[in-house]
Design a protein around this ligand. Structure first.
Ligand code: C2E
Ligand code: MG
Ligand code: MG
Length: 601
């Protein structure tokens, strides 16, 4: 724009000199005119020169190209008004009359001030028009097609303000919108900030890879958009953190929206070739002006409510509690979906002290409230016990018995699974070392444990410490471990085998393992998930096929979830090697094992 201005100023001066007699006396007119014409014809901008009576004095080809006007339709001396009428007839000013455009432009010209404005043509192109008054009362206008430049500028602006993966506003733009909304709140009204964090996203990334993780994040963004109103602003703040700004929204409505978002995000995702995936979502909510009227404070309150949500066992959004109590806690508002348009149930029963599941689990570990239960794995033909599976039990003072299916994923998410697994391994090895005989003990490890480079060293020292021979230890892990092809995971599996420890594939048939990967993995046994047996007579053919498949691959086959004598008979008929289930023994504490009587023989 500066260049155009400078050019226009210079041009105005040149034209004034050209018109003065003084110049023509000293110049060689022919050669100058040629050079001048060349310059005007070849300049990148369109140009029109008008005299003091608004009559066209000069126009170049570039102007005609920009406005799609053939040179033949223009003539020196025609009025500016006629020029506009021509242009309007071609469709360059959609929806405007000659009078309207002429009056607007004339006002500008009469001010006798240089200036630039942008005109949008009928075909969407943007033209920057710069006016420069001349000394003799005339004026010159230059025209530049800035469509591409504008598009690039807008693209750059969009990229600076949006997340490239999800196209959602980023932290910068979201911060601006929040500030803007809070300024409006100062004048009355309210707004709500929702902070969101995905639970288990890291697992999807680790197990299925970043392409799958990216697909999932894009779908999360789509689901957010779908659940919001036109004026609401979603954003991706980074990683698996999202936020939503709800302008002019009271807490009741905001909590209903937050609950709906959470429910939607927890539905299964279709990741194409990577298969289905599920994640959780923790949600924290803070309102302006009730909780804060400054952006930083509101953000920090929504964040701390999110923290509470993240570490609680429930999927309910948490509302920041503005009233710190003796023991600062956050209030959990339970949305009772059956309670109708009133929304949240604010009664006493709905207020519960939120506490971090992982925090409580850590405390339980430190205070000795965790223990192991052992469940026998038996030979199908003889029902002899070949091993006991160690299953972690947490009896919490407030929560009661918490299922490992609930707390293990939370421990995985937070990384607490590493010290937790070390404790389980140490305890199981120590207890098994004290048993009479050679019965093996199997310990469940999470696929995440296998990506810890020091797992083999940790187990080696636990075996040395407890005196359990490596051959008596079995590690169970699910198919998820096979999705991580990293050298660390493969090295860990080989390292454990090299020590003489057995590896069993747990819950076979529920994961993603393919035939080739499975065959090359160093498992000695596969445990067929109990859903196959639970399918009843309809599933017998499939169960038979899975057992045969396991045996063909060279694995010992163990069936999980054997509850009835009929199921045991079926397994014997199908040639299954071993079994585990309530029929043969429920999980029991180590001290009760010697008295363990098998109910069926
Ligand atoms: P899993 O390793 O497949 O363990 C077997 C689960 O099936 C146990 O549930 C067990 O109580 C249950 N079960 C055994 N027999 C029967 C039966 O006949 N019928 C039925 N319906 N269920 C039966 P539990 O103890 O709740 O453990 C659930 C899962 O939690 C385990 O599945 C395992 O994946 C995980 N888990 C348990 N302890 C640990 C641990 O120390 N570390 C890790 N990483 N995961 C663990
Ligand atoms: Mg297991
Ligand atoms: Mg299992």
């Amino acid at each position: 724009m500066m260049l155009i201005k400078a050019f226009s100023v210079q041009f105005g001066r040149i034209m004034s000199v050209i018109r003065s007699d003084l110049y023509w006396r000293f110049a060689r007119p022919g050669s100058f005119r040629q050079r001048f014409e060349q310059a005007v014809t070849n300049m990148s901008h369109g140009i029109c020169l008008y005299d003091a009576q608004d009559r066209l004095q000069l126009v170049n080809e570039q102007f005609c190209r920009i406005y799609n006007q053939p040179m033949a339709t223009l003539r020196i001396g025609m009025s500016f008004r006629d020029m506009l009428a021509n242009s309007i007839a071609i469709g360059n000013y959609p929806g405007q009359t000659t009078d309207q455009v002429w009056r607007k432009r004339k006002m500008f010209i009469n001010q006798r001030q240089p200036g630039t404005f942008i005109q949008e043509l009928g075909d969407g192109r943007l033209i920057a028009i710069s006016h420069q008054p001349l000394l003799d009362g005339g004026w010159v206008a230059t025209y530049e097609d800035i469509t591409e430049r504008r598009r690039a500028e807008m693209q750059i602006k969009f990229m600076a303000e949006h997340d490239a993966l999800t196209q959602l506003p980023n932290r910068v733009l979201f911060g601006e919108r929040l500030e803007h909304e809070l300024a409006a709140v100062q004048q009355g009204g309210s707004c709500t900030l929702i902070c969101l964090d995905l639970d288990g996203f890291k697992l999807v990334n680790d197990r299925l890879g970043h392409t799958a993780g990216d697909m999932l994040l894009r779908q999360v963004a789509d689901r957010l958009r779908m659940n919001l109103r036109d004026n609401d602003s979603p954003a991706r703040l980074g990683g698996d953190e999202f936020a939503v700004l709800l302008p002019q929204t009271e807490v009741t409505e905001a909590l209903a929206i937050a609950t709906r978002i959470g429910d939607t995000l927890r539905c299964e995702y279709d990741l194409g070739i990577f298969g289905p995936a599920s994640i959780g979502a923790s949600i924290g909510v803070a309102c302006a002006p009730d909780h804060a009227d400054a952006a930083d404070a509101l953000m920090s309150h929504a964040d701390s409510a999110l923290y509470v949500a993240k570490h609680s066992s429930s999927a309910i959004p948490h509302l920041y509690d503005a009233q710190p109590r003796r023991n600062p806690v956050h209030r959990r508002v339970v949305i009772d979906k059956s309670c109708g348009p009133e929304g949240p149930n604010d009664g006493l029963g709905a207020l519960r002290t939120a506490a971090s599941m992982v925090g409580d689990l850590r405390a339980a570990l430190q205070s000795g409230r965790l223990h192991l239960a052992y469940q026998p794995v038996c030979d199908c033909a003889t029902t002899d016990i070949i091993a006991y599976e160690a299953l972690l039990r947490w009896n919490d003072l407030i929560r009661g018995n918490v299922s490992p299916a609930e707390f293990i994923p939370a421990a995985e998410d937070s990384g607490f699974i590493v010290p937790l697994s070390a404790w389980v391994l140490r305890r199981a090895c120590a207890e098994a070392a004290s048993w009479d005989g050679q019965t093996q003990v199997s310990v469940n490890l999470s696929p995440l444990n296998f990506s810890q480079p020091d797992l083999v060293a940790t187990i080696t020292s636990i075996l040395a410490e407890t005196g359990l021979p490596p051959e008596r230890l079995i590690i169970e892990v699910t198919e998820g471990v096979l999705l991580d092809r990293s050298l660390v995971v493969q090295g860990t599996m080989q390292g454990l085998r090299a020590l003489g420890i057995e590896l069993w594939l747990d819950d076979f048939g529920t994961g993603y393992a393919n035939f080739a990967t499975l065959r090359s993995a160093p498992f000695s046994s596969i445990k067929i998930d109990r859903s196959f047996l639970a399918a009843g007579p309809d599933g017998t053919t499939i169960l038979g096929a899975v057992i045969s498949f396991g045996k063909v691959c060279g694995f010992k086959v163990i069936a999980e979830g054997v509850e009835t004598a009929e199921q045991l008979d079926l397994l014997r008929t199908l040639g299954c090697d071993c079994m585990q289930g309530y029929l043969l023994g429920i999980p029991a504490e180590a001290k009760d094992l010697p008295d363990y009587n098998l109910p069926y023989n």
